[in-house]
Write a protein that binds this ligand. Sequence first.
Ligand SMILES: Nc1ncnc2c1ncn2[C@@H]1O[C@H](COP(=O)(O)OP(=O)(O)OP(=O)(O)O)[C@@H](O)[C@H]1O
Length: 361
Amino acid sequence: MGTHGLHLHHILSGHSQPAEPVVTPASSNNVIKTTTTKSTVSSGKYSLSDFKILRTLGTGSFGRVHLVQSVHNRRYYAIKVLKKAQVVKMKQVEHTNDERRMLKLVEHPFLIRMWGTFQDSKNLFMVMDYIEGGELFSLLRKSQRFPNPVAKFYAAEVVMALDYLHSNNIIYRDLKPENILLDKSGHIKITDFGFAKEVPDVTYTLCGTPDYIAPEVVSSKPYNKSVDWWSVGILIYEMLAGYTPFYDRTPLKTYENILQCHVRYPSYIHPDARDLLEHLITKDLTRRYGNLANGTADIYNHPWFAEVVWEKLYSKTIETPYEPPIEPGVGDSSLFDRYPEEQPDYGATGPDPYASLFKDF
Ligand SMILES: Nc1ncnc2c1ncn2[C@@H]1O[C@H](COP(=O)(O)OP(=O)(O)OP(=O)(O)O)[C@@H](O)[C@H]1O
């Protein structure tokens, strides 16, 4: 695969289509049903013997994500495995339980779907849909940067997903191109809820990837969901420029740049995009879109998104700018980088000192 895969359609160019009204997604679609009657997840439904564990698709701080195949229906899934000892050591018990609880609740076309969880004495397992098209990050690095309409397409899907989470009082907090996967037709799926937090109001914890962290988080001020709108700004910038605006040699320098918040806009960035970015990548919370009196309408109705037909995007009835070159449904994982495989201890039995910490799994 290479940049040749990036062919543009007219969906977002707007020239060939009559203008359609921009509509914020109906809130009825947008609310998580908190009644437990229709849950897709039930603890104890799965066990390791239900799956054949295949290659590693990605690694994180506490474990890895495997491609797996169900021995029953032969379908492919992704299983995230977290080592209990590592989760405890890195003080992520609460985050991990939060991730499980939130993945169980959310239901949105652009958010990863979780089917169930289980555990052995050493590990936690989360069964998710396998998203075959690889990371947006890989596509971006191969493409160097995205043409304006391509960046707009991915940004619009991200905006809808974050708006849905926010309307359910969830701040995502870890937006970056590595956590945005592409499905077989090229729509996004956001994965990795390890840092998402359910917050009625404001929260203080520092977490996330340096390049995408909002200044109020860096300086340990209380913050709210507008940190995600900041990260959307960084994401759009990175998609258009090919690099993040505050990149530097060390995380510390990046933090300093974030606090200074001086952004250089290359001349090839479209004026509408620049205007939106200036209202997202701003320290001034009284100017940051998503955080003002109009809420997300300032983003949905921004001129840069003028051609986006939001309901069509939501129903995935528009063409995507890039179709991943894979054969769907057969466990093709050619778009994922290779990782060294470990001898796994999955299925470990014996004493479990952490049993009381992960009762929900
Ligand atoms: N459902 C999925 N389908 C395909 N690949 C996936 C899926 N979920 C995760 N991955 C791959 O595994 C990688 C790591 O997943 P994830 O970010 O959830 O792990 P993590 O341990 O929480 O990582 P981090 O340390 O970045 O928080 C992702 O970047 C992606 O490449």
